[in-house]
Structure formats: structure tokens, C-alpha cells
Design a binder for this molecule. Sequence first.
Ligand SMILES: Cc1cc2nc3c(=O)[nH]c(=O)nc-3n(C[C@H](O)[C@H](O)[C@H](O)COP(=O)(O)O)c2cc1C
Length: 368
Amino acid sequence: MRNLTNCPCYNATVNRVTVNSIPDFTTDNMLQLQSLRLKSGVLQAPMAGCTDLAFRLIGRGYGLEFAFSEMIASEALIRNNQKTLTLLKNPAIDKPIGVQLVGSNPERMGMAAAMIETMGFDLLDLNCGCPVHKITGNGAGAALLREPGLAKRIFENVTRRVRRIPVTVKIRKGYADASGDEAFHLAKIAEQSGIAAITVHGRLSSQGYTGKADWDIIARIKQAVKIPVIGNGDVKNAEDAKRLVAVSGCDAIMVGRAALGNPWLYGSIHAALAGTDAPPPPSLEDVKKTVLQHVALEAQHDHEKMAILKCRRIVCWYFKNVPRGAEFRNRIHRSRTLEETREIIEEFCRGWSALLNSGSAFSLHQVS
Ligand SMILES: Cc1cc2nc3c(=O)[nH]c(=O)nc-3n(C[C@H](O)[C@H](O)[C@H](O)COP(=O)(O)O)c2cc1C
């Protein structure tokens, strides 16, 4: 068991919360990305609008080792855009951490990458998977899957300028071509350009986040390159994580949406991959403490107005599967202060607690 008092999240929190169970990381899962050595092969996915500092600190309190901040546009960084610089706050308690860059101009991507390297981050990732029209319309993100020549120039420019930290690439199965050939070719180009690892999200850009992730393309790329391959898409629980590793042979896995409101997932995946006993699911009290801690961290690291807006979504993540939760979520969405948000959470949990004490079954998957 890790010593919680050494845990970065523990020291950073406003309300000290005792976390029930954090399994040891297993050295079997070790991932070497050039100079960066990770003990855990379970990485948090970059998610714009979600993976802020508070989210990352909460995850780290439950066994997450490597986290990504939110995606950064190369042009905004070069212009010293204030909002972008805020996303790049890099406190010592939030490490190891990667930054993801998006853009389509090789020279400007190289410049932005060099700036990132001086900022103390541990890894730089290049986005070749964002399906949003605003991004692909500029030739960036997933559009690069169809422009391997341009992608190659970006990779080469960035790896030439960034020497101290590993540069990785995150791709999708393809833009709209279901054969997987676009991803295959881009992965080969990435390897030849000095890229340290490739994350493969097994969906087409045209699918957005719908449909099922294809893990066979992850297996195909794993067989085609020698650099580490990180598998991503549809890991919703520890069993999925084990299956993804078995099906694809990937070196590590990246977890996205399923960890929103469920930081316990990291611990259960570590246990499954290490072949140790699954940690007990969190109790209602654990969920309440953690969501309140998350709210407190948002308040600590953002100004009140922004924190309220963010917390309306965040709180709902934690209670997304609660029966009769619709009214609760409506109230959270209408709350005007963080104090009100806290009171609604407390009241809702009191109600559930009373039901549990009266013997009613609680069917939220993550609450025992
Ligand atoms: C709200 C949201 C924002 C995302 N933002 C990014 C991003 O900025 N960069 C990126 O590479 N992927 C982004 N993704 C994709 C995830 O990193 C991940 O590849 C995808 O959700 C599939 O993994 P999952 O099935 O575990 O969620 C985002 C996904 C969501 C749902």
C-alpha cells in the first residue's frame, strides 16, 4: 500500500480525505518512454474541458501515475494566449505530466514544442486524432491521418527541436477509411521520425465518440512498430483493460471517459493487470468525500464563477448512474454558488444513506 501522506493529492487538498485502497503499482507494467520511466502502464487520456488540475490531482490520489493536461493549440501558445498559459500551470505536485499540442504548420508546431519543453513538462504528445471540425478544417488533428506527408514534417520538426523529453503521437484508426491503413502508415512514419510511442484510439474520426472502438487496429500497429503502443478506446472497467492488453498486446492502456467521476477505476485496473485482488468498490461515503474534495480543488485552482460552471458537470459525472438522479442533476445544474452545490450533494447523499440503512439496494455500479 502506498503511503498516502506522500501522495501529491493528499498534500494539495483542501479537505483531507482518506482514500480506502490504492494497490501497489506493479513493476511488470513498467513503461519506458525514452528518458521517462513510468511504473504504471495505465495512463489518463487527454480530454479537453475535463482533465484540469483538480481532475488530475484527484486521479493521482487513487493511483494514477501519468496524467495529461488539456490540449493546447500551437498558435495560441505562440501568441502567449492567456487562457492557454493558464492551462499550462505546472505545479510540482502534478507530476509526471504530459502536454498535448495540436496544429498543422510544421514550423509553428516546432516552435510551440520547443516552448513546452522549457516549461518543465515530462512528455509532449502530438494530436492526430481530434475529430472536431474547427480543428480538422485547419488541417490539424485527425485531418493529419489523410496528410501523411505533412504529418511527417511536423513529427520531424518537433523531434528535432525537442531533445530532453519524449515526443509521442496520438492517432485514431483513420479519418473515414475503415481499413485502418491510414493509422498503420502514420504509425510507421511516426516511428521513423523519432517519436517515442504511439497511442491508438480504435475509432475513425468520422465516428466521433460513437460506435465501438476497434482493438484489432491496435494489435496491427503493435505488430508493425518497435516503439511502445498505448491502446485506447472503450476501457470501461478492469476486465476491459485486461482484454485490451490480451487482444492487442499493447504496452500500456489509456483511459478516458470511464474515469470521469470514477477515479477508483485506476486502482481496479492496476489490480487486474497485476493479478491481485480487486479493491473494494467505494462506499457512498467515499463517493461523497471524493466529489466534495473535487469541488474544493476546483474552487482552490479556479475563480469562483468558472469553478461553479465546471462543478455542474463534474458532480454529475460522479452520480451519472444513480437511480432517480435526474432531479439531483437538475438541481446541480441550477446551483449558483459552490456552497449550494455542496449542500445539494450532502442532502442527496443523506437521502441515499437513509435508504441504504433501511436495506434498500444501491445500484450505482461504483458504490457498495
Ligand atoms: C470531452 C472529451 C474531450 C477530449 N479531448 C481530447 C483531446 O483534447 N485530445 C485527444 O487526443 N483526445 C481527446 N479526447 C479523446 C480521448 O482522449 C480518448 O481518446 C477517447 O475518449 C477514447 O477513449 P475512452 O473510450 O476511454 O473514452 C476527448 C474525449 C472526450 C470525451
